[in-house]
Structure formats: C-alpha cells, structure tokens
Write a protein that binds this ligand. Structure first.
Ligand code: SF4
Length: 368
C-alpha cells in the first residue's frame, strides 16, 4: 500500500532494521569505497568507554502495559538471531571489552518471536532463549549484566547461573508496583506478595544477588492505602537499587483514560516519599558491605583516586566504588577493593592487601 501511494519509495522495512535498510540502499546505490569507513573494525564503533559495551538482543515488545507506548513506537518483539548476538559479543571481548550489558525492551522474552530457534556459535547449536544466551555469554570470561528482565516465571532459571558466577549476580527487574489492583490496571503480572516470595527464593539460591527495580508512583486511581502497600513492599523486599518515576501521562497511553488521575504535586510527593524510604534502605544495605573485599572494575582515574563499580553497580544508573589509593590503576582493570565507608549510594575503599602485595612485587621485579 505504501508503495502504491508513494511509487518513489524503494523499500519498506520494520523499525530499527538497520541491516535491511542498508541492504536496500546498497541495492539501489552501490557503496563507494571510503578509506575511513572501510577501516571500521568488525566489532563496530562503540560510544561507551572501551571496557564496557551494551549488547542489544532484541527490539520491541509484546506486552501492552497501559502506561507505556513503546510497542506502538517500536512494534512487537523482534529478537536478533543468537549466533549474530554471540558473534558481536565475542568481537567486543576481543576488542578489550570487560563487561557486557545485555539490553532490550524485554530481555526475558528473548527468542519468543523466533520460537526459540536454534542458531550456531562456533559450530555449536544454541537455542535463542534468555537462559541459553546468558550461559553462552558467561563463557566469554567477562562480566555479563542482565537489564530489563520482565518478571516472567522462567527468569528463575538464570539465578543459578548467577550463583555459579557465570553471569553477574545482578538483576534489573521492573516490578512497577506492589498492589495487585494497580498492577492489574497497569496490565502487569503478579503482586507484591508474589514478588516477595520470588525475591526470597532468588536470595536463597544466590545470597549475593543485587536486585534493581523501577516503580511508578501516583498511577491513576492509586489510593493512599495502595501507595503504602508499595512502601511496605519496599521495606520488606529490601531491594538494593530502586528508580521511581511519578506517573507521567504519555500521549497515547491507555492509562490516561483511567479514572482518578492524581494532581501533579500528589504524584511527585509520592515519588519523593518512596525515594526517601529507599535511600534509608539502600544506606542500610550498603553498610553491610563494610569490611568486605569486592571485585571492582575500574572506570576512570582522576584526582589521585580511581572510581569503579562492583557487581552491584551498573554504569550510569547505580552507585560507584571510590578507590582511595587507586591512582596508578588503569580503566578496565579488575581489582580487589576492601570497603571502608558507605553512604546511601556509593562505597569507598582501598586496594586489598593481596592486590598491594602483587603490585609491590611487580614493581620490585621491574627495578634494575
Ligand atoms: S513497559 Fe516494558 S514490558 Fe511494558 S509495554 Fe513497555 S516496553 Fe513492554
């Protein structure tokens, strides 16, 4: 129909179909030799620092959460073939990446649209499923962090991989609310009670797991009682990292048609109350790390100290670890850091004794 109406249109593709678009362009306009782009390495060009990279595994989403318009903008779920994802991951690791951040709109649905089709990586068959992908990525010897994991029941399958140290013991799982009624209005699964059960089970399997989640405060019709239910859930769940948005009536979202819209100030006020509570919880949880030695990936070195992240910290959205005696470290180094101080977001520590000894002996070997 598009081509009938607009005969000059040469091709029609789906959203974010970069390869299809480029194939169509090259079909009609052969690619000229370009001395610059022809030098682009196989892993492509990254905008993130050299030592970490985002690995997009799919685009779009099959859910229809009433507050969200992503499916109408990006369409239904389209997963990348597992062999292609693994080859990109492998190239990134070969290029020096030390941490892969798996992203999508719905990581746990990976492969549903492909009917979990088998692909090949290094001649080995692999199914396009989140668990199989996470296990294969875990073989690359770098940190693997899972983001945007929709709380499907099969998510439980990746927790043992975390306990075994194959992927980072970190899960970014948006719960959005705790009240069963509000979750239903949002068209989201489960309830606070169900999620508490799951969190307890995850912690039994992997006691060091870091759980990150996001919530919406002031959803249309949310009563004070339902909001308190959410606060009680947070007290009980003791999540490590939490983001909260005041409900925002995005143009085109179904939730805008629900009765009982709250005034802006009320929504913002609830968001602030939630974040104040979470700040106390976060400070409590970080305090438990005092005296422990954590593995830290160094992000940058400035003003005589290094700043890095532990398994519990994703770049940009979580806290950091300040390494007070880390001035000689290089970005991308993985070091052991003993935690000395904490606040509600970050940790401060120094290089572990073993690390200092290793550095001292390396320095003495270098001496003439
Ligand atoms: S909130 Fe997430 S799961 Fe829900 S429709 Fe939007 S992208 Fe999909």
């Amino acid at each position: 129909m598009v081509r009938e109406t607009h005969p000059k249109v040469l091709a029609v593709t789906g959203p974010h179909a970069l390869e299809e678009v480029m194939a169509a362009v090259h079909e009609h306009l052969p690619r000229p030799h370009d001395p610059f782009t022809d030098l682009v390495p196989p892993q492509g060009i990254k905008l993130t620092p050299r030592h970490y990279a985002y690995l997009k595994i799919s685009e779009g989403c099959n859910h229809r959460c009433t507050f969200c318009i992503i499916p109408s903008l990006r369409g239904d779920l389209v997963s990348r073939p597992i062999g292609e994802v693994m080859r990109e991951a492998e190239n990134l690791v070969k290029a020096g990446v030390k941490e892969l951040l798996v992203i999508s709109q719905d990581t746990s649905a990976y492969g549903v649209d492909l009917k979990y089709r088998t692909g090949f990586w290094g001649g080995r068959p692999l199914k396009a499923r989140m668990g199989d992908l996470a296990a294969a990525l875990g073989e690359l010897g770098v940190w693997v962090r899972l983001h945007y994991v929709y709380p499907y029941p099969h998510v439980d399958e990746v927790i043992p991989l975390m306990a075994e140290g194959r992927v980072l013991p970190y899960i970014d799982v948006p719960f959005q609310h705790a009240s069963r009624r509000i979750l239903k209005l949002m068209k989201r699964p489960a309830s606070g009670e169900d999620n508490l059960e799951r969190i307890r089970a995850w912690r039994r399997i992997c006691p060091d797991i870091t759980i990150r989640s996001t919530f919406i405060a002031g959803f249309p019709g949310e009563t004070e009682g339902e909001f308190r239910e959410l606060l009680d859930f947070l007290e009980e769940a003791e999540l490590d990292r939490v983001g909260c948005f005041a409900y925002s009536p995005v143009h085109g979202a179904k939730a805008n048609e629900l009765p009982g819209a709250l005034p802006n100030e009320a929504r913002e006020n609830r968001r602030e109350r939630l974040m104040q509570l979470q700040e106390k919880i976060s400070a409590r949880r970080l305090k438990r790390k005092l005296g422990k030695t954590l593995e830290v990936l160094v992000d940058e070195v400035k003003a005589g100290r290094a700043v890095g992240r532990s398994a519990a910290d994703a770049p940009e959205i979580d806290g950091v670890v300040h390494i007070e005696d880390g001035s000689t470290l290089k970005p991308g180094a993985r070091v052991q850091v003993k935690v000395l101080r904490s606040d509600a977001h970050d940790l401060w520590g120094e290089l572990g004794i073993r690390q200092m000894r290793l550095r001292a002996s390396a320095a003495s070997e270098r001496r003439p």
